[in-house]
Design a protein around this ligand. Structure first.
Ligand code: ZN
Length: 279
């Protein structure tokens, strides 16, 4: 992810509600026809809800938490929330997990209940859920629904002033010898203060902030953001996927290989600073 400002991605949750987001850096169509997810929920929803509740209840008992409810909720991101009160702990679990196998529910129950009850969770317990939350298995199954709900992701690569396709093709051929496969390219309509671009591996999604879709911003700035994200992509292709993206010293060195590196940095800082003034 390319970010020029301190991390302000995590807004304060509403009072009394704790939020756990598991989308990698992002966020990051439709192979799944619309409606398929809805049918899926109709067919399996009830049983799944019952099983989810059963897992949370049994793990709750093991942790000494008496009253626990868990139900699915249609958040646009993969996130789960909980509320503690007189009624015990009430969880709302992202409905993207509705089709998940039972052992994922079990692992999720350990993960969430440990957080909510402030008890440590043995890493082995949460591993299955955490691996699933960033798997292609999950994201391919909810791809259509996810993009349907992500209102700030514009999947049309042709913007008002810039087209992401030739920019991607140029960077791929010039810096990566054309070896990288085609990705889903998108414009992200969000504050540049949050991030200027991101790459979401399980969906093969590369998104660029729409602040760069402007004739006033040189083309190489757009190409630099794509280059940065493609370095992450190349990393993940080399078998180094990570939950959190780290810009290592080696990564920064590779980044400086971009032909307009310094000018691009100056432009990006200017764009972020400009968006701050407008607020
Ligand atoms: Zn990055």
């Amino acid at each position: 992810m390319l970010r020029m400002a301190p991390d302000m991605a995590l807004a304060a949750p509403p009072l009394g509600v704790a939020v756990e987001t598991d989308t990698l850096d992002a966020f990051e169509l439709g192979i799944v026809p619309r409606g398929l997810a809805a049918n899926h929920i109709k067919r399996f929803g009830h049983t799944r809800s019952v099983r989810l509740q059963a897992r949370f209840s049994s793990v709750g008992r093991e942790l000494g938490v008496e009253r626990v409810t868990a139900r699915f909720h249609s958040y646009s991101e993969l996130k789960h929330t909980w509320m503690c009160g007189d009624e015990g702990i009430q969880f709302k679990i992202s409905d993207y997990l509705e089709g998940a196998p039972d052992d994922v529910f079990e692992s999720l129950a350990w993960y969430m209940l440990s957080k909510a009850s402030r008890k440590g969770c043995a890493p082995g317990r949460s591993q299955r859920y955490l691996a699933y939350s960033r798997s292609r298995e999950l994201w391919e199954s909810v791809r259509g629904l996810y993009f349907q709900r992500s209102r700030n992701v514009d999947l049309d690569p042709l913007g008002d002033a810039r087209d992401l396709r030739p920019a991607f093709a140029y960077v791929n051929s010039f810096y990566f010898a054309g070896r990288l496969p085609q990705l889903q390219l998108a414009w992200a309509r969000e504050s540049p203060r949050r991030r200027l671009g991101y790459y979401f591996e399980p969906l093969g999604l590369l998104a660029v902030n729409s602040a760069l879709d402007s004739a006033e911003v040189p083309r190489y700035v757009l190409e630099f953001v794509i280059f940065h994200e493609l370095l992450h992509h190349a990393d993940s292709m080399n078998g180094r996927p990570r939950r959190r993206v780290h810009h290592t010293k080696g990564f920064r060195e590779q980044e400086r290989g971009f032909s307009h590196y310094h000018d691009s940095e100056v432009w990006l800082r200017r764009i972020v600073a400009g968006s701050q003034k407008k607020r």
